[in-house]
Design a protein around this ligand. Structure first.
Ligand SMILES: Nc1ncnc2c1ncn2[C@@H]1O[C@H](COP(=O)(O)OP(=O)(O)OP(=O)(O)O)[C@@H](O)[C@H]1O
Ligand SMILES: [Mg+2]
Length: 372
C-alpha cells in the first residue's frame, strides 16, 4: 500500500494555499497596501527563505482589490520585455510591443500611469538586481512608472544593497521600507515539512520527531528551504520504493547519502559560513597530522580563523553540532583514540575526501579560511 496521497506537494515549486511561518508578514504587507496607494518595500535576505512565495500570497490575498503586476526580472530583464509585461498585465490582455521603439513604449507606460482608475496599481519586481545589472533598462522601466501617477512597488532581491545601485533619480523618488528576512530556523522548516506531510502523505506514515530531524539537519547545512524539501522528497520516495509503511530514521540516512552530498565541491558552497570554517580547520589540522585531525586542536584553529567574523567564533557545543553534521554528510569519519600522553582519549576526524589537493586549490596560502 502506498504512503503517498499527492506527490506534487513535495516539489519546491509547489505553493500551498496557506503558508506556515510567513502568514503574519503577508497580512502586514496587505494592511500597508490598503492604507496607502504609495507603499514601497524592499524584501531582501538569503536565497530560499520565502520572499517570492510571501509576495505571491500578498497578490492572491489582495485579489480584485488592486491591479497587481508581477515581474520576474530573471525571466524578463530587458526594457522591451518588462514594458510589454507591465502593459499586458495592467490592461489584462496581450500587448503587442512589436515595432514600437523605446520612446513609444515609455509613452505607453506614462499613459498607463495617468489613466484614471478606481483600483490601486501595485508593481512587484522580483530579482530586481537582474534588471539593474542591465544599466539603462531599470531607468527606462521605472522612471515613467514613478514619475507619473501613484503606485506601490515591492522589490525583491538577495542583494540588500540593491537600492543604492539604482539610478539616483529613481532612488530619490522611492521612499522604500526595507525588510530583511532571516533564513528559516529548524523549527520553522519542520512546520513547513509538516504541512507537506499532511497534504501529501497518508496519516500514520510519518512521525513529527523525524520531520524535525530532517528539518534540523537541513537547517544545519543549508539556509535554503528547497534543500529541506528535496531531502524530504527523497525520504518519501525511498520509503515508497522499499514498500515500507512508515518513514524511518534509517531511510533518512539513506536519503542523505543518495543526495550525493559527499562530493565536496558540490556541498561546500551550500554550507553555512561557520561550518565552512570548521571544515577548513579540520583539513588544515589533518594536513599537519598524517591525515587525521584532533578535534580539540581543530577547534583552536577554527577559533583563530573565525576571529575576524562579525560575531566571532561559535562555542564548543555548536562546534560539536557542526562536527556531527559533517559526519552525517559523510565528509568525515570520527573515532576515539587513546591520547598520546596516555591520559584519556581524543576524538579524531578523518576526511573521507581527497582533502590535500582540495585544500591546496582553495586555500593555497595555508589557511586563511576567510576566503571560503
Ligand atoms: N512559508 C512557506 N510555506 C510553505 N512553503 C514554502 C514557504 N516558504 C517557502 N516555501 C517553499 O519553498 C519554495 C521557495 O520559496 P521562495 O520562492 O519564496 O524562496 P525565495 O526566498 O524567493 O528564494 P530566492 O531568493 O532563491 O528567489 C516555494 O516555492 C515553496 O514551495
Ligand atoms: Mg524568489
Amino acid at each position: 500500500m502506498s504512503i503517498i496521497k499527492d506527490v506534487g506537494v513535495f516539489d519546491s515549486t509547489y505553493i500551498p494555499k496557506e503558508i506556515p511561518v510567513r502568514q503574519d508578514l503577508v497580512d502586514g504587507i496587505c494592511a500597508k497596501l490598503r492604507i496607502s496607494s504609495q507603499y514601497n518595500l524592499l524584501l531582501t535576505g538569503l536565497t530560499g527563505n520565502g520572499k517570492t512565495i510571501t509576495i505571491k500570497k500578498v497578490i492572491e490575498k489582495m485579489g480584485k482589490e488592486i491591479i497587481a503586476v508581477y515581474i520576474d526580472c530573471s525571466e524578463d530583464d530587458s526594457y522591451g520585455g518588462v514594458a510589454k509585461k507591465i502593459l499586458s498585465e495592467a490592461k489584462n490582455r496581450t500587448y503587442k510591443e512589436k515595432g514600437k521603439n523605446r520612446y513609444e513604449l515609455a509613452d505607453e507606460l506614462k499613459k498607463l500611469m495617468l489613466t484614471k482608475r478606481t483600483k490601486k496599481l501595485f508593481f512587484v519586481f522580483d530579482e530586481i538586481d537582474k534588471l539593474v545589472k542591465k544599466k539603462g533598462d531599470h531607468w527606462n522601466v521605472l522612471f515613467p512608472l514613478l514619475n507619473h501617477g501613484k503606485a506601490s512597488f515591492i522589490f525583491i532581491s538577495n542583494d540588500g544593497f540593491i537600492l543604492g545601485k539604482l539610478d539616483r533619480k529613481i532612488f530619490s523618488r522611492l521612499q522604500c521600507e526595507k525588510r530583511f528576512l532571516d533564513i528559516y530556523a529548524g523549527g520553522e522548516i519542520a512546520q513547513i515539512l509538516q504541512q507537506r506531510a499532511e497534504l501529501g502523505l497518508k496519516q500514520d506514515s510519518y512521525d513529527y520527531h523525524l520531520l524535525l530531524k530532517i528539518a534540523r539537519f537541513s537547517s544545519d547545512i543549508s539556509g535554503d528551504i528547497r534543500f529541506a524539501l528535496k531531502l524530504f522528497k527523497k525520504v518519501v520516495m525511498i520509503t515508497e520504493l522499499n514498500k515500507e509503511q512508515k518513514i524511518s530514521e534509517k531511510t533518512i540516512k539513506e536519503a542523505i547519502e543518495e543526495l550525493k552530498l559527499s562530493d565536496i565541491d558540490e556541498i561546500f558552497p551550500t554550507l553555512p559560513r561557520h561550518m565552512k570554517i570548521v571544515l577548513v580547520a579540520l583539513c588544515m589540522d589533518a594536513r599537519q597530522n598524517m591525515g587525521f585531525s584532533d578535534t580539540k586542536s581543530a577547534y583552536k584553529i577554527y577559533v583563530f580563523n573565525a576571529k575576524k567574523e562579525s560575531f566571532g567564533a561559535v562555542g564548543e557545543r555548536q562546534f560539536r553540532e557542526y562536527l556531527s553534521a559533517l559526519e552525517m554528510l559523510s565528509l568525515f569519519e570520527f573515532q576515539w583514540k587513546p591520547a598520546p600522553n596516555r591520559r584519556g582519549r581524543i576524538r579524531i576526524a578523518i576526511p573521507t575526501f581527497d582533502f590535500m589537493p582540495w585544500l591546496d586549490k582553495h586555500f593555497p596560502n595555508n589557511g586563511d579560511a576567510m576566503h571560503g
